[in-house]
Design a protein around this ligand. Structure first.
Ligand code: R5P
Length: 310
């Protein structure tokens, strides 16, 4: 087995390598003067089972190109099998045509990864499960939920927890987590009654007096999250926290979350946390390195990965 990291999240790659008890393969990923990506795998990978660890997070296009070029280098170096380990799969939110003349970038990126030469993909909490079907190679879509549940048990009194989906689209994900911890489920229903009028937030479920835990796959601008937190507190929630797999946290998101009434936001290290995230007083990062490391080991051993879902 060979583990190769791009530049997107080296600390996570190192933590996966530490879990597996083997070093990262030496691989130079640098830029020419015009910013083209140059890759040189500096160890023999001929006939090896190669795992390339690279979330396609900000700057998405650069990290995606790095991933594709490392896959190409591994393929041309005669790797036996190449698994793209993409903890955060960028471009996933465009997974259907919302209107005429719009792209489906999740499919385009799937095509690119496959065409570059990946034999398998390993990822966590795809924005939509059906993106697996955009590939014609095996895709293991792990869930961060087991890691979140462990953390929730350590930090919260589950008796009083109510799991909340911040929008109708996230109900399946939130319900699955609620089931794992035996909690009730509430839903934030955002509605724009008439064009041009601001959105109204209706809460489906009685959240009064509960510790509300918002569950989502992505926090980007933080708008969805902070609006939901305020609506829940308005309805009498005792406190509001959030567990969200991918901390995209663009622009002023960290400042918005720091200034919000959220007790805490817990994200995973699927995306490398920025310095602003690390010092934010109400953002905590939990690691998916062991989950990914175990999935890598099982893939290499041809053992079941689905048992990691529970
Ligand atoms: C949307 O479908 C996703 O699950 C997230 O709710 C969304 O991407 C969050 O975006 P933002 O933080 O910018 O509101």
């Amino acid at each position: 087995m060979k583990l190769i990291s791009g530049n997107a999240n080296r600390p996570l790659a190192e933590a996966i390598a530490a879990y597996l008890g083997q070093p990262l393969t030496k691989c130079m990923v640098r830029r020419f003067a015009d910013m083209e990506v140059f890759v040189e795998i500096q160890e023999n990978v001929r006939g090896q089972d190669v795992f390339i660890i690279q979330p396609t997070s900000f700057p998405t296009n650069d990290h995606l190109m790095e991933l594709l070029i490392i896959i190409d280098a591994a393929r041309r170096a005669s790797a036996r099998r190449i698994t793209a380990v993409v903890p955060y799969f960028g471009y996933a939110r465009q997974d259907r045509k919302p209107g005429p003349r719009t792209p489906i970038t999740a499919k385009l990126v799937a095509n690119m990864i496959e065409r570059a030469g990946a034999d398998r993909v390993l990822t966590i909490d795809l924005h939509a499960g059906q993106i697996q079907g955009f590939f014609d190679i095996p895709v293991d879509n792990l869930y961060a939920a087991p890691v979140m549940v462990q953390d929730l048990k350590r930090h919260y009194d589950l008796e009083n927890v109510m799991v909340v989906s911040p929008d109708v689209g996230g109900v399946v994900r939130a319900r699955a987590l609620a089931k794992r911890i035996g909690a009730q489920l509430a839903i934030v229903d955002k509605r724009r009654e008439r064009p041009g009028e601001s959105e109204v937030m209706n809460i489906i479920g009685d959240v009064k007096g509960h510790s509300c835990i918002l569950i989502d796959d992505i926090v980007d601008s933080g708008g969805t999250l902070c609006n939901a937190a305020e609506a829940l507190l308005d309805q009498g929630a005792r406190e509001v926290s959030a567990y969200i797999t991918h901390g995209v946290l663009s622009g002023g998101a960290v400042a918005r979350i720091s200034a919000s009434p959220l007790k805490e936001l817990v994200i995973t290290d699927s995306i490398q946390p920025t310095e602003a995230v690390r010092v934010a007083s109400n953002i905590r990062v939990i690691s998916v390195a062991e989950l990914l490391g175990e999935a890598v080991q099982r893939t290499a051993d041809e053992r079941s990965v689905s048992s990691l879902f529970y």
